[in-house]
Design a protein around this ligand. Structure first.
Ligand code: F6R
Length: 260
């Protein structure tokens, strides 16, 4: 696991660099897309590179991490609509090339199984963008999730619903109770994981993620087992890392030829 501690703007550039390099090397790449606040600056940077530097998403495919159950097709917080707004429409991505679990399916378990098959049929995810919840979830794998889980229905914790109420005019009662989410096993199959976390509110989760024992209580800890995981954090999110000085020193002395 590589841990980079840097200012927020620099983190977004680094994550965008990873996606940019991938798309130029492999125009048919499969991108794993997170919603929430954490990747927004990355999406801004990718949109800028699309507009100003000819970065093309034309042949790429995207798979969303998760989706709320039951939000109507036109609901602004339905993740399908969020992803369309924050990245897909800005880079001219064909809506059909961006997929997400169907939170409106009559048969939700079947929709989850179909989603797993779609990801596999696309050849798996090349770069997976991730945020982390204050309770240590990635995607919506809440504490207690099986470390080998696949796409399935999960119940959101009250902590996550409270955290996400800001997207629902501050009204926690409007935040759905259920979601469909890629499992930890699904996420671990992506070839490169890029996780972003900023702000003091993420410090405890980041501490467990990077330095804690691997445990279903802090589901993100499973990425310690991934052969290519990059954790991008600002000073505030890094404030509880025991080895923060070592991570800073490692990044400062990183050979120029070594990319993320
Ligand atoms: C969203 C997702 C979640 C968020 C996490 C952090 O697709 O998978 O795991 O990444 O809840 O959310 P923010 O970035 O809003 O703090």
């Amino acid at each position: 696991m590589e841990v980079v501690i840097a200012p927020v703007a620099e983190l977004a550039v680094l994550a965008a660099d990873a996606v940019d390099a991938l798309l130029r090397r492999k125009p048919t790449a499969v991108l794993g897309l997170a919603t929430g606040s954490s990747p927004l600056r990355v999406y801004d940077e990718l949109a800028r590179r699309h507009d100003e530097e000819g970065l093309s998403f034309d042949r790429a495919r995207g798979f969303m991490l998760d989706e709320y159950v039951g939000l109507t097709v036109d609901h602004p917080q339905r993740y399908r609509n969020v992803i369309e707004r924050v990245i897909a429409s800005r880079v001219g991505w064909d809506p059909a090339a961006v997929r997400g679990p169907d939170g409106l399916a009559d048969d939700l378990p079947a929709a989850c199984a179909a989603y797993e098959q779609e990801i596999a049929a696309a050849g798996g995810v090349d770069v997976q963008l991730l945020g982390i919840g204050t309770d240590g979830h990635i995607a919506f794998n809440e504490p207690g999730s099986s470390l080998a889980s696949r796409t399935r229905i999960k119940t959101l914790t009250e902590q996550t619903r409270a955290d996400n109420a800001r997207f629902f005019d501050g009204d926690v009662d409007r935040v759905p109770r259920h979601c469909l989410t890629e499992g930890l096993g699904t996420i671990m199959e992506a070839r490169h994981l890029v996780l972003l976390a900023t702000g003091r509110g993420k410090a405890e989760a980041v501490h467990h993620l990077v330095e804690g024992p691997i445990s279903a209580l802090w589901p993100a800890t499973i990425i310690q087992m991934h052969p290519h995981a990059t954790v991008l954090v600002d000073d505030a999110a890094a404030c509880r890392l025991q080895l923060a000085d070592y991570y800073r020193q490692t990044y400062r002395n990183k050979p120029a030829w070594q990319s993320l």
